[in-house]
Design a protein around this ligand. Structure first.
Ligand SMILES: Nc1nc2c(ncn2[C@@H]2O[C@H](COP(=O)(O)OP(=O)(O)OP(=O)(O)O)[C@@H](O)[C@H]2O)c(=O)[nH]1
Ligand SMILES: [Mg+2]
Length: 292
């Protein structure tokens, strides 16, 4: 038996959560086309081929905007690196820019094996750009990686080979550390994340960054889970947007979050969402550090 931690890191929006969900074959982490969707480290366990994989999805590392919010997201992401047996550094296959280089600066001196994963190759319609791009990456950068692999998370392309590569580097330690669990995060965490993901999907760009979700009640019975939750908003004017005309937006958010919760918990879910204006909420450390 082999067992190891594999962290997926990279700048925002390169597809870390999409790859994470694909590798663990579940929708655990929010995937959207907006950056900074992931705020916490999210782990998930997969047992396959005599191997225990503990995959860790992380927030996008962003050193550009010097706000407390980014500092905490970066802290959550970078802390994963030090705990991992293998680091997957995800980049867009078509360009390695200064933001990727900053991530490289943070991992280059770490001993764990590193795999550079060039994602979104489906965008290379005629399959000609990749060799060209690889030849342009400076040698001293390529040298920090033990492996380099192109993939498309969207089209599940080359994922089997990526898994084989990962498996080669997983320590053989005859240990099982996480039997019978999906994740070390509590069920409530995922229920809240599904609500936040639906908000990011359906609401305009800025709004989801100024809200947070709390679970007030999570009652698990034999056939049904009853969840009560609150979306807290920083601005009063956001209340009517989140609720929508005759409550229509809240119904949409609630429906998507409920379906994702039902799939994860494998039970019927009754989900009640309240919306509240909370002027005290800012990009506060306490809530960002919750579940971290
Ligand atoms: N074309 C294409 N799009 C992809 C691929 N993988 C992910 N995406 C898209 O890229 C966007 C970002 O995906 P996420 O998985 O949320 O990215 P992330 O790196 O987790 O983002 P943050 O959590 O915000 O740092 C989404 O719109 C995905 O659908 C891919 O292989 N090909
Ligand atoms: Mg993400």
């Amino acid at each position: 038996m082999s067992s190891g931690n594999i962290s997926i890191i990279g700048k925002p929006n390169v597809g870390k959560s999409t790859l994470f969900n694909l590798l663990i074959k579940r929708h655990l982490s929010g995937e959207t086309n907006k950056p900074q969707t992931t705020r916490h480290k999210i782990d998930a366990v997969l047992h396959e081929d005599e191997t225990e994989y503990l995959f860790v999805d992380t927030p996008g590392i962003n050193f550009n905007i010097r706000k407390d919010f980014n500092r905490i997201l970066n802290k959550n992401a970078l802390s994963a690196i030090y705990e991992s047996d293998i680091i997957l550094h995800l980049v867009n296959y078509f360009d390695l820019d200064k933001d990727d280089i900053k991530v490289i600066e943070n991992i280059k001196d770490i001993d764990s094996p590193k795999i550079l994963v060039l994602n979104k190759t489906d965008l290379d319609k005629n399959k000609k750009k990749l060799p060209n791009i690889l030849s342009k990456i400076p040698k001293d950068i390529l040298d920090i990686y033990d492996e380099i692999i192109p993939i498309s998370s969207k089209e599940s392309d080359n994922i089997i080979n990526l898994k084989k590569l990962i498996r080669n580097y997983i320590p053989k330690n005859n240990q099982i550390n996480h039997s019978n669990i999906i994740s070390n995060k509590p069920d409530e965490f995922f229920a809240a994340e599904y609500i936040r993901e639906a908000c990011i999907k359906y609401l305009s760009v800025e709004l989801p960054y100024s809200l947070h979700v709390e679970i007030n009640k999570f009652d698990k019975e034999d056939n049904i889970i009853s969840i009560a939750s609150t979306i807290y908003l920083k601005k009063k004017s956001h209340l009517s947007i989140v609720v929508g005309k005759n409550g229509s937006m809240l119904v949409k958010i609630s429906k998507l979050a409920r379906i994702n919760s039902e799939n994860l918990f494998n039970k019927k879910v009754y989900l009640k969402i309240f919306v509240k204006y909370d002027p005290k909420w800012k990009d506060s450390e306490s809530f960002l550090n919750s579940y971290s």
